[in-house]
Design a protein around this ligand. Structure first.
Ligand code: SAH
Length: 216
């Protein structure tokens, strides 16, 4: 995402009732915000929020929370939500490294990572959202039968992500290097902003679905 500074973005986020302030205070109580016991699905690094907003409209029986570290980007998602007012969609502006301070153990059912930043330098590997360091955090907040779904067009990042799963104790339930030509995995696929941009350029989209190895 471009880091263009939109004047007033932070203030607009503070004003929106769909941007959760002090999210660590909701830890273990997210269901109260939604007023029901539906499963919680989150997207980490949701950018302008097209994917999560579309998912929330399609699946009213699921609660969605979009996480994004930059206010200028998150503002676009909030503006959409101020118009549509979907009851099952909220946003948090935060750095995902502290995700275990915001969700209680087992509170989340699905984590979506879409077109995460590649951090190409080896010394920055820990910052990659599908790294084993992050998988360890997801392990804490995800239900035992929960899953992580990751999409990217970056082949290097995808290969790295595949190699991280087993050492961190996860199993690969489904993998494709060309999602849009994989009939089974592409069924019901909701495109993200980046996915549309990169697939239009001709880049194949990679996707995995992983879950915990129950034998552990
Ligand atoms: N998911 C969107 C945007 C992809 S760009 C899409 O597919 O179109 C990646 C986004 O993740 C950027 O907006 C970036 O600011 C955000 N991001 C990257 N690392 C993050 C982190 N550690 N915590 C929160 N957001 C992060």
């Amino acid at each position: 995402m471009r880091l263009r500074n939109i004047p007033g973005a932070r203030e607009a986020i503070v004003d929106s009732k769909y941007a959760v302030k002090n999210p660590e205070q909701q830890k273990g109580h997210w269901h109260e915000l939604f007023g029901n016991d539906h499963p919680i699905h989150i997207e980490i690094g949701m950018g302008k929020g097209r994917f999560i907003t579309t998912m929330a409209a399609l699946h009213p029986e699921i609660n969605y929370i979009g996480i994004e570290k930059y206010s200028s980007v998150m503002l676009r998602a909030l503006q959409k939500q101020e118009d549509t007012e979907l009851p099952n969609l909220y946003f948090i502006r935060m750095e995902a490294e502290v995700i275990t301070e915001v969700f209680a153990p087992g509170e989340v059912s699905v984590i979506y990572l879409n077109f995460s930043d590649p951090w190409p330098k080896d010394r920055h590997a820990k910052r990659r959202l599908p790294s084993r360091e992050f998988l360890r955090r997801y392990d804490v907040i995800l239900r035992k039968d929960g899953r992580v779904e990751f999409k990217t067009d970056n082949q290097d990042l995808f290969r790295f992500a595949l190699e991280e799963t087993e050492p961190a104790g996860w199993k690969q339930d489904a993998v494709t290097f060309d999602l849009h030509h994989d009939e089974a995995m592409n069924e019901g696929n909701v495109m993200t902003e980046y996915e549309e941009r990169f697939s239009t350029k001709g880049n194949p989209i990679c996707k995995y679905i992983i879950s915990r190895d129950v034998k552990r």
